[in-house]
Unconditional design. Sequence first.
Length: 249
Amino acid sequence: MIIFFIVLAGAAIASFIGSLSYRLPRNVSIISPASSCPACGHRLTFFDLIPLVSYALLRGRCRYCKKRISARYLLLEIAVPAVYVCIYLRAGRTFPALFVSYLMTVLIYLSVVDIEQRRLCYGDIIAVYAGAAAFLVCAGTGSMPRPLSHYLYGALTASALVSCSALAVYVLKKRAPIGVADLLVLPAVAAHFGAVEVARVLVFSSLSGILAAVVLFSTKKVKGEYRFPMMPFIAFGVLVEICLFSYYI
């Protein structure tokens, strides 16, 4: 029964992420105007916005203009509940599970923005640092499985790697690295892990990114100047760490 409620909550949050990732990069208020079809501008009703159900009943098309609805909404409404269920099965109803669920929610949102906009603003990553700060405060009170120093080592490890990478790019290319906002997410993500866990996250993130690059370039889906979004691979690395090597159990 609890998994059923987790799926419902995940689908609702996924719907909100979809709306947020569309509105915020376009400087549209999340409060008004009401949701509407991007193609015809018709205001959507409650029955058009039921997660998963509406997409299935409408067969992926707008009720009013019959234009196809972006599949990203359906993918989000499947992926977010699936991630929540995985975290629940691994960590149960624990305090740390709540934090990593929040972390994955923000990373999924940032991944969508990064894929669509090919960039992140510094304001986009504030939510990750807010969650990391709350996590570290709780670790300092003894509410987490490991002591505060364990998580600080993880954050410092990632910070050192980010600094060295940025410095190397600046020395070699005489300019600030592209995608620095993506890199700045890493210390906040790493604050939820220790140094060893951070290394695994980076390994799985890098391997998934390399594999994606090989597939896309070999199939000529992208060209040499294509800028790969980093956030989906970081999110994947974190998910692998949580689900396969989780220390929250």
